[in-house]
Write a protein that binds this ligand. Structure first.
Ligand code: ADE
Ligand code: ZN
Length: 316
């Protein structure tokens, strides 16, 4: 089944480039940039990848991203991810990047963007992988900081297709960024947002009604609100679900409790994604395979999930 799932053509719609930083590359970049690391070696770092919630993961994820300094670093990060896409028949990807994680450390916006954009261009030309980049705002920072980030991005508007919202969800509702998203849409960007990962169904309503998103990232807590479920089904709003992430971050205790196949059978447009593959134990095929192993996902269900991902692309 693994090989069959691997060969299935699919799109990945929820993947943070900074979350694809494998420990081996992290150590290589630290050496290249002469940065001292708090971990003795790759194994020690990997053994720290045990999280009780989203925040514990984010603390390590932002610490890891500190080794990314030069345009070449961002190129190498993105290119390594695209090689994984090629190996797993991901024919199209719409990754996120978090500019504030880097600009707040003094890395110029264009250094980050140029490295990523060049790799995505090479991915299209040399690997045949379609792509569209999503600029994600960090929701634990202020509205004003998000507005400044949007200002910085506008001169490079052709490099992105959409803006998104990620980082610590609880206590940072979508409504906090309504004006930023209004402006982003008026500048021609599409919108997506993380909602209903750890946060309540109300955050999914806000993402839809206030941020006017094309897709909900995660959205697994929609199942707690029947009226919301009906809307998501009626309007065929895609959910970019990340099974391994959800179990690693204790959104579900075991994969056997995950609701993605129940949602699929109810007619929700759910898709399978890796979120932060270097931290959560696998890329997209490993996510599909876990659904087969723990929930008995059939080939027919896998085909429908993959088709949903191709249908829910923002760029074609
Ligand atoms: N940033 C990277 N991964 C994330 C996730 N799963 N939720 C929120 N922010 C993130
Ligand atoms: Zn995410």
């Amino acid at each position: 089944m693994y090989d069959w799932l691997n060969a299935l053509p699919k799109a990945e719609l929820h993947m943070h480039l900074e979350g694809s930083l494998e420990p081996e590359l992290l150590f290589a970049l630290a050496e290249r940039n002469r940065i001292a690391l708090p971990w003795a070696d790759v194994e020690t770092l990997r053994s720290a990848y045990a999280f009780n919630n989203l925040q514990e993961f984010l603390d390590l994820y932002y610490q890891g991203a500190d080794v990314l300094r030069t345009e070449q670093d961002f190129y190498d990060l993105t290119w390594a991810y695209l090689q994984r896409c090629k190996a797993q028949n991901v024919v199209h990807t719409e990754p996120f990047f978090d500019p504030q994680t880097h600009t707040d450390r003094g890395i110029p916006f264009e250094v980050v963007l140029n490295g990523i954009s060049q790799a995505l261009k090479d991915g299209r030309e040399q690997l045949g992988i379609g792509s569209g980049l999503i600029l994600s705002f960090l929701r634990h920072l202020s509205e004003e900081q998000a507005q400044q980030t949007l200002d910085q991005a506008l001169p490079w508007r052709d490099a992105f297709i959409a803006v998104g919202l990620d980082s610590s969800e609880k206590g940072h509702p979508p409504s906090k960024f309504q004006r930023v998203f209004d402006r982003a849409r008026s500048e021609g960007f599409l919108t997506v947002a993380h909602a209903g990962e750890e946060g309540p169904p109300e955050y999914i309503w806000e993402a839809l009604d206030l941020l006017k998103v094309q897709r909900i990232d995660h959205g697994v807590r929609a199942i707690e609100d029947e009226r919301l479920m009906q809307r998501i089904i009626d309007e065929q709003i895609p959910l970019t679900v990340c099974p391994l992430s959800n179990t690693k971050l204790c959104v579900f205790e075991h994969m056997g409790q995950h609701n993605i196949l129940d949602m699929l059978e109810r007619g929700v447009k759910v898709t399978v994604n890796s979120d932060d593959p270097a931290y959560f134990g696998g890329y997209i095929t490993e996510n599909f395979h876990a659904l087969h192993t723990h929930l008995g996902m059939t080939q027919d269900q896998a085909r429908r999930l993959a088709q949903n991902s191709l249908d829910a692309r923002l760029v074609r």
